[in-house]
Design a protein around this ligand. Sequence first.
Ligand SMILES: Nc1ncnc2c1ncn2[C@@H]1O[C@H](COP(=O)(O)OP(=O)(O)O)[C@@H](O)[C@H]1O
Ligand SMILES: CC(=O)N[C@@H](CCC(=O)OP(=O)(O)O)C(=O)O
Length: 286
Amino acid sequence: MSSSSVFSSQNKAAILAQALPYIRQFHGKTMVIKYGGNAMTEPALQRAFAEDVVLLKLVGINPVVVHGGGPQIETALKRLGKKGEFVQGMRVTDAETMEVVEWVLAGEVQQDIVGLINQAGGKAVGLTGRDGGMIRAKTLNPELGQVGDITAIDPSVVKALQDDQFIPVISPIGFGEANESYNINADVVAARLAMVLQAEKLLMLSNIPGVLDKQGQLLTELTMKRIDELTADGTISGGMIPKIAGAVDAARSGVNAVHIIDGRVPHAMLLEILTGDAYGTMIRSH
Ligand SMILES: Nc1ncnc2c1ncn2[C@@H]1O[C@H](COP(=O)(O)OP(=O)(O)O)[C@@H](O)[C@H]1O
Ligand SMILES: CC(=O)N[C@@H](CCC(=O)OP(=O)(O)O)C(=O)O
């Protein structure tokens, strides 16, 4: 069905006009967008995502993209006869896995996103946490190998790029005291960057409608108390653990709005930012 048969001209005009107060409110503000590996599997959806990012930039909002790539790393490991192992949503990362992680994230995944944003008319620049000395890390837990715990973030390279109208696209890789590489969960990087950049919003795009309860129903809003309950009873598990932890940290540290939204819904991010409609799960700081 073409979109013209769904929306009348008046409806389209109403939707566009609705965006104006949001464009005004968010002009000049930074929004950190976590683009999860599970949300980037469909070419048409990837193009829609890139268009949304460019549109945000063109209306004066500063998008900063932090990408994941868990499933893409998994595919590459499989080719080498290896299988990923996760503990509490973190990939156990031996030296060989670290090489694959860097090669996949800073290679094909990042370059695909950069290419699509540029094709859509933006000026994207791919970075890892090494660039501009952005993300310093240390070992999180020796049992997880080279999984990084962020010790410091220097966002000056991101700010410089933003000021020159570039769109930063960041791979979640950090570096340590001896210049060693660290694999950091992309949700954690996005949340920490949102905090240091004092972002207006942190949007996390995944392959689920939002946070679901035990019955699989969408929870549209989550308070800290409810998050504690859902974590304690195991409703929040696997990849949702670092996502929620990052969301909570960001919400508590002054990021105005933190949303977990469905990256499989075309333009969900744009609708969330530029209309009065609520999508996915919003995490509250109290
Ligand atoms: N309560 C929950 N609600 C929704 N998803 C959950 C929940 N608990 C665990 N998950 C899992 O978390 C996954 C999202 O995290 P992750 O796989 O890291 O996604 P991404 O790669 O998009 O960051 C979901 O696909 C789902 O399997
Ligand atoms: C330590 C850790 O788990 N790192 C992640 C980094 C990529 C990521 O976070 O990708 P998604 O956002 O697609 O899950 C990993 O190796 O899979």
